[in-house]
Design a protein around this ligand. Structure first.
Ligand SMILES: N[C@@H](CCC(=O)N[C@@H](CS)C(=O)NCC(=O)O)C(=O)O
Length: 201
């Protein structure tokens, strides 16, 4: 059995869990609850970056980060591939994953910065991350019409990211002014792998 260093709030973990479910591999992956922020965490033995997710294979090899884990899982099944093998479709899917993951990076940096003690917070840093989030969402809106109904690592990553915004930044209403993305999300998130991985505080 493979072991996944897991946190129920992480959008990167959610993406990997969605991939495992979509690929019929959920039964081969045991979730190991992990708090990456705990000072004494043993996560560093599996990922020196001390980030979740990390996937520990049966031979003890650890894989990270989430794009690597997702691509590995996608080699373990016989169904339709989430990573298009070649050509423009592959680059589009990888770029969409990078955009979605980058949006989460900015969202998490902003959240953590906001949690620092008064006097240590940087308003200009928080604003930089906020602006990156807005631009990334605008980029998703611009291509929402071409996201379609077929699932790729790009669309899985976008679903996990928008789910994270609903969880942590609901008050910012990302749907406002982004009708195409909102409509796509409504349709595309209606799937088992999304419902079963909803973040829990
Ligand atoms: N690029 C990484 C990002 C993973 C990441 O940022 N994970 C967060 C939780 S959502 C974490 O463990 N952060 C702990 C830290 O930054 O020290 C991936 O795609 O897996």
């Amino acid at each position: 059995m493979m072991k996944l260093r897991h946190s129920p709030t992480s959008p990167f973990v959610r993406k990997v869990m969605m991939v495992a479910i979509e690929c019929g591999l959920e039964g081969s992956v045991e979730a190991v609850p992990t708090n990456a922020w705990a000072p004494d965490t043993d996560l560093i033995k599996d990922n020196p970056l001390s980030k979740v997710p990390a996937l520990v294979l049966e031979d003890g090899t650890a894989l990270y980060d989430s794009p690597v884990i997702a691509e590995y899982l996608d080699t373990l099944h016989d169904g339709p591939r989430l990573f298009p093998p070649t050509g423009p479709a592959r680059w589009a899917a990888l770029r969409q994953q990078a955009l979605a993951d980058g949006l989460c990076d900015a969202a998490i940096l902003r959240l953590r910065e906001g949690m620092r003690p008064e006097g240590e917070k940087s308003p200009s840093w928080i604003e930089r991350q906020r602006a990156a989030m807005e631009r990334s969402l605008d980029g998703m809106e611009a291509e929402a019409g071409s996201l379609g109904d077929s699932l790729t690592i790009g669309t899985v990553a976008i679903l996990a990211t928008l789910g994270y915004l609903d969880f942590r930044y609901a008050a910012e209403e990302w749907r406002k002014g982004r009708p195409a993305l909102a409509a796509w999300f409504e349709r595309a998130s209606d799937r088992d792998s999304f419902r079963r991985t909803v973040p829990a505080a």
